[in-house]
Design a protein around this ligand. Sequence first.
Ligand code: NAD
Ligand code: WQD
Length: 332
Amino acid sequence: MILVTGGTGYIGSHTCIELSRAGFEVVVLDSLANSSSDVVGRLEQLTGKPTVFYEGDVRDEALLAKIFAEREVTGVIHFAGLKSLSDSLRDPLAYYSSNVAGTVAVLKAMQVAGCRTFIFSSSATVYGAFQAMPVNEDSVCAPITAYGRTKFHVEQMLSDLQASDPAWGIVSLRYFNPVGAHESGLIGERPLGTPANLVPYLAQVAAGERSALKIYGRDYETRDGTGVRDYVHVVDLAKGHVAALQHLARSRGHLVVNLGTGRGTSVLEMVNAFERASNKKIACEFTDRRSGDVDVCVADVSRARDLLGWSAEHDVDRMCIDAWRWQSMIDA
Ligand code: NAD
Ligand code: WQD
């Protein structure tokens, strides 16, 4: 059985479905800090199986011990944590507590239970600025936010842990820009308040809930002056976790892997793709650059292909079609 922390969240819920499709049994632990218990029923609907769900915090050591005592957990995929770059600068201790101390608690419970297979949700944000693109996993990391540093600290801790006990098999997956939703329209990303990320914002403009997209900067060193990112469909990303788990069935160590498509898309290209998907005109206004943004961030995806046998399948048109279907369902 695979313990999925943060399993009712955006990426975690899609991963539960792909795990189930691949024949894994799943147990979910989530505090519902940034997700809804409705997702549990949606997962049951989509997988046709009951979802074993524990509501609670990953820092609750007694609860972790209870889960490991009650379930035969053979591996953990650890999504639970906080993910807002700007909030992490306002309240760094909340981020270190949830993301670093939370991970320590999960690893300690695993150690006691004798479970040594761990997949960690890391982020392309660990690379920071000034990287040659596409960026590969051996590049020197220099994260520029507290959030990014929590991810990088955990990666380093995982290397230390694995060096102390070679029985551990660990994969840290550095996600680029996860977007889109499940094709059923039953699960997707549900941002609280004003979306910080491009695609949820575009969806709300297309739905008439916001008046215009503010494009942060038009003078970047890119083909049209707007920022270029490596958007990856969340279902592709979910399948990357299954591939990582299958890799860990045959090997130990701590492997760090980029999950992206290897292709860059500008903000204006994304606006066009969303207009095609939604058949709506999206009003845009240009504003100043957002602090901390880089011109281009695109993954070198050769390690994922060569070592995990994983490549993303969906293009940005499909990502926008699925994001728009999800937006239309939540508004219905
Ligand atoms: P999300 O907020 O939708 O999911 C995280 C889940 O964890 C939520 O359901 C939340 O309720 C839960 N959670 C938060 N703190 C918890 C705690 N202390 N104990 C138990 N549950 C807790 O976010 P997501 O987009 O699905 O991201 C999943 C992981 O991937 C996060 O670790 C995030 O940092 C990482 N990541 C996300 C992105 C992205 O753009 N979405 C990119 C790179 C990395
Ligand atoms: C994409 C592009 C913006 C919103 C962040 C984190 C990264 C990962 C994913 C967690 C950029 C532009 C955006 C808007 C805009 N998360 N934009 N108007 O910043 O590449 O990545 O989320 O780990 O770590 O850094 O994603 O979707 O915010 O921005 O013009 O209203 O869209 O400037 O070029 P980002 P994003």
